[in-house]
Design a protein around this ligand. Sequence first.
Ligand code: HEM
Length: 269
Amino acid sequence: MQNTPNNSQPQVLSESSLERIQQHSAAYWHERMYEYGVALGLAIVQFVAFSVYLYGRRGFYDLFIINKAFAGVAAVLLGIVLLLGPLGRMFNMFDKYLRFRKELGIMAFFFALMHTVSSLFFLPGRFPLERYFTTGKWPFLFGLIGIVVLMAIFAISNNRAIQRMTAHRWWFWQRWGIRIALAAVALHVGIMKVPGWIEWYRQGGSTQLVRPEWPGLGILIAWFMIVVIVVRIAEAINIKVGKIVWYSCVFFLPVIYLATFIWGRQFIK
Ligand code: HEM
């Protein structure tokens, strides 16, 4: 009888295949670190820019302001994650950025979590707990839905979950989770802030602000979120419509920002 390899015996790996496996896993971890590094870098750049803007507008910097910056970073990162999908489908040049979606989503979750924890427990003077169950219950409910959904997506953002759920179902939950989170955040912020934003366009900011002529950071982020939603809807209708809407947004978003700042000049004290 011929001597065949016995599968039940542990096989000794040759030195070259061991080296290949090590190189493969080293390359894998190098890539993961790079992706997290880019996502973290983007979040930090935004955090610094938002902090500088909020400080310039209000003239002070404390946890109240930091909390706004946390919330802004989380919302913008969520918006970017949701924009990358349609952009990747419409233009080849965005394909290379699709690999960052998971890491950007995870970063959005951590910033949203820091915002949630500081809003709930560390700013009782600004946001007393009872407010979340009385006058502020609807924004609170939608904020809570947003953070719980992001937490659920985060919990399944690993290879073991993909294997257990099958890739098809995993994608389904990721896709719908992030959409539900964005809708919840839009309602969370919209209910709380839209009246104040309309007020700013009518009369400028409060007299306590150092620069009442500057729009609130939330207004600027809201315009970006509108772009995200409009581009997604347009691309879902048709790729051609999506492209036209994307080019229009690339032109109109800076115009809207510029017009908003020019409009604010009438409120200079
Ligand atoms: C996915 C989760 C969440 C996101 C992305 C998010 C995002 C935001 C954004 C963008 C703002 C507007 C900030 C501004 O311009 O003033 C905001 C405000 C606020 N959020 Fe959230 N939020 C989330 C969850 C929560 C939760 C669970 C709570 C509950 C404690 C909460 C409490 C607040 C409060 C109190 C404000 C008003 C902040 C202020 O006026 O300074 N948020 N949030």
